[in-house]
Ligand binder design. Sequence first.
Ligand code: SAH
Length: 400
Amino acid sequence: MDLFPIVMLQEGEEKRILDGHLWIFNNEIATISPGTRNGDIVHVLDFNGTPLGTGYINKKSKITVRLLDSAADNGFSGLVEDIYKLLKAKLTTAVKKRSHIKNTNAKRYVFSEADSLPGLIADMYGKILVIQITTLGMEKQKEKIVAILDELLKPSVIYEKSLSPSREKEGMEKKEAIIKPETAIIKPVEIYENGLKFIVDLVHGTKTGFYLDQRDNRDKLQKYCEGKKVLDAFCYTGGFSAFALKAGAMQTLGLDTNEEALKTAADNMRLNKFEKFTFEKANVFNKLRDLVAEEKKFGVVILDPPAFSKTKEEKEGAIKGYKDIHMYGMKLLEKGGHLMTFSCSQNISKEDLITIVNEAAQDARISIEFVETLTQATDHPYTSRIPETFYLKGLVLKRK
Ligand code: SAH
């Protein structure tokens, strides 16, 4: 039986944990057992000594403890002593949670805090498992996690792609490695999603290779596209274009600055035997203006920009940028046309997005109605108890 160091919280600081969050900030801690090392598993108590949960610590990070098990969980039975057993239970639950998703062989099996496994992301692309570790505490559990996921998912290859800039805050370098088998070569892999095929470049692609979180929205796009010209702004490897064409779009134009992604996008269309597509290397901010100046019109416009706003300070600039692309995006819509728009910026809320869209419509003197609200795919669950797990907000609106 392991004995873990104790972290005791200051008086009254247990509330957020009892409400279901998993983070403990440095200024909420009263005492830490002497000799506790960064990355260690710790037991957390409230000021009166009541157990709050088991997690891991890193004094380098403002989020000093992240819990793996907490008093707010159903079935909490006190401080955990067997970490392997705990990780196995969490990972098994996470994997089972995705078993209903049968329309693809590329899914996210572990989504960090949303699965009570802070610092860990695990995506399967066919038989290849890609893991991403963002915290020192999780890094220290890697061997156990890999062994458990290997048993649960039976991948033929396990590849680690831990490139998140947040590793720096944890005092860790970025890391990329083939975990199993050592001799494996990671080549682009072909996956399927809702009846279409896509090539995913796990090594050179963004994130773990594919925007799995947009799967359900790519599917939902289809009902707006039949017979329409579709503009896919920030298209990456053409996911939205492909579903527009599947639904009978007259033609698609995809825009992105990432040349490699655009090449894959064109390959993806050919792979599915689509012909009426164009992909163009362009900065969306300039290109939308140009298209408006050329009086081009589209039946559907998709705006899926990257996270412009990573920090609170960047929020103002981000809002201006978002408003800009919405204004031009709306001007490009024909009457009755639909705009599908997204924000994956953590600190732009759904309400912010609605405000931005409304203001953009006013500035563009365009009358709109909201048709649908969208969010991240179901393998990226979120819980209201941890607001940070909800990050992808989307809207569909119609030009009247
Ligand atoms: N819609 C895509 C995901 C888009 S991710 C899908 O479903 O797969 C955001 C994309 O925006 C990235 O591919 C990035 O290269 C691109 N990007 C970022 N800034 C850009 C800009 N100013 N102009 C054009 N593309 C940009």
